[in-house]
Structures are given as C-alpha cells and as structure tokens.
Write a protein that binds this ligand. Sequence first.
Ligand SMILES: Nc1nc2c(ncn2[C@@H]2O[C@H](COP(=O)(O)OP(=O)(O)OP(=O)(O)O)[C@@H](O)[C@H]2O)c(=O)[nH]1
Ligand SMILES: [Mg+2]
Length: 306
Amino acid sequence: MLTQPENSRAGFVALIGEPNAGKSTLLNRMVGAKVSIVTHKVQTTRARIRGVALEGASQIVFVDTPGLFRPRRRLDRAMVAAAWSGAADADVVVLLIEAHRGLTEGVEAILEALNERAPDRPVALAINKIDRVKSEALLALTEKLNAAYPFTKTFMISAERGHGVDHLREWLAQEVPAGPWLYPEDQIADLPMRMIAAEITREKLTLRLHQELPYQLTVETESWEERKDGTVRIDQLIYVIRDGHKGIVLGNKGETIKAVSQASRAELTEFLGRTVHLFLQVKVRPNWLEERERFSEMGLDFNDGD
Ligand SMILES: Nc1nc2c(ncn2[C@@H]2O[C@H](COP(=O)(O)OP(=O)(O)OP(=O)(O)O)[C@@H](O)[C@H]2O)c(=O)[nH]1
Ligand SMILES: [Mg+2]
C-alpha cells in the first residue's frame, strides 16, 4: 500500500472527441489495463467510464466518454448528453482528434459547443494517431487547430503505441487541483464488474457483426455466481430487436455466438485471473431501445434521450 503524499493532488480529466478518435484506447493506456472496450467501429463507448491513474503525487481520474456526433436515436442522444456532462464535471478536458482526419466538420461542431458546455477550465488538444501521418503535416495542423480554439496546450500522441502519452499524463498531474485522492490507491476503475463483463461481450459482438447490428443490441449480465471451486459462472443476455438479428447473432449452427462466447470468456478469465464459465442467451426485445431499464443498465440517463 502506498501512503498518500502530503502534496497530493486529484481531479477529473474528461476525454472527449468524435467517435473513433481513440479516447478509450488512451484511457486504457493511461490506466495500464483494459477498462474500456475498443473497436475500429464508431460509437463503441456508450457511457462514461472512469479509470484511475497515479502520476507522482497526483491521482488522475480519466473519464472516457461516448463520441460526440449528431444524434438521431434516443440512445444516441443519451450518449452525447453523457459525453458533454463528463466534460462539464471535469477539472480538465482533453479533446482528442485524429491526425489524419484533421479539423473535420465534427471537430468544428465540438469546438463551437465547448465554451458553452464546459466553460472556464483548461482544454488540452491531443492530436492522436500521429503514427498515421508524416511529422511535417503535424505542425500545420497544430497551427490550424489552435487558430480555431484557444487550447491551453497541444500534445501529439499515439494512444495505441504510447508516443507522447507520458508527457500528457505529467502535464495533467500538475493541472488537477491540490487535494486528497478520490479513490483508494489500488483502484483502477469504478465500473461494476458485471458491467465490465457485459462490455467485453459487447466488444466481441461488435467486432464480429456488421452494419447496423452492433448499434441495435445491448448486453446485460444477468447473474454472477462465485463457485466454491474458485471459478465464476456468468450468465449474460444479449438483447436484439428482431428475429432476423437473433439468427445472425447465433450464426450458422451457432458458430457466431460460440466464437463470441469463447473470445469473451478468454478475456474475462484473464481479467479476473480465474476460470470463467460464460453462458450467453439471445433475446428478441423489439422495444429495448425505448426502455428505461436498458438505459440504466448501460449507465445512461433515459431522460437525456428526450
Ligand atoms: N493507428 C492508430 N490507431 C489508433 C490509435 N489510437 C486508437 N486507435 C484505433 O482507433 C480505433 C478507435 O479507438 P477507440 O479507442 O475505440 O476510439 P473511441 O474514441 O473510444 O471511439 P468511440 O467509443 O466509438 O467514441 C481503434 O481501432 C483503435 O485501435 C493510434 O494512436 N494510432
Ligand atoms: Mg470509446
């Protein structure tokens, strides 16, 4: 156990940006463990997920948020609202943008809203995925973005490879306010295990399924049984909106659900450090996207979707 230093600091750092910018990848790297799921598809993260990192005497609570985009459905609106409230509650905001995409319309819309949504606090720019562009391009992009918004500081990073990430963490450690740590020093996340487990299964589904289907399903952990032999039995429900979707999730002779289950179980076993027995069931629930309980299971506010 570490003892809390006298000059301790602690605060919340919200990671915001367009879908796919690399927010969850950065959170996981900062925390040093996978607490937020990552896919190559947009709109992977649905709720605010906190991950805790220590840097010197500072405890930095990173808040991963859903991507900011123009919402259409109730779920989309609740996600975007969760992202903005993450920014509004934070001591420092980090806006991630993708180096190879630059100042997109989506980024412009975020910059327009920033002052109103999260006024009077430092906003750092993190140009992510620098591994995808030539370094010459970065200087011009930095100038362009800083002309568009008065960022407190600019960082060039690769969340995936780790470039520039230490530098960003050191800076954030000084920016969070002086005060006692907010979490026990050995805590890295504050999401309940049953929710992390559901997210891991949703990640595997999202990686395997195409088009709109990942956006029309949700996963919930129904039961969690610690067994005497030291293993754990986890039962999860996958809600889809149509019979046809159920067929696709199951796959030919059940091969899709089997592959998803194997991949999820392997990751859960590693994460928990003990054997996991995972049971997945697919249920058709045409209206789940309009159900309050589904939103609260995801950590979202149903009324935010109004
Ligand atoms: N080349 C490269 N890819 C990256 C980098 N950081 C993240 N990615 C990839 O970008 C994709 C999106 O990453 P996420 O971390 O899920 O992005 P996000 O911003 O959390 O996305 P949403 O949750 O949908 O808003 C994944 O395929 C990552 O592997 C990076 O530094 N370089
Ligand atoms: Mg994410």
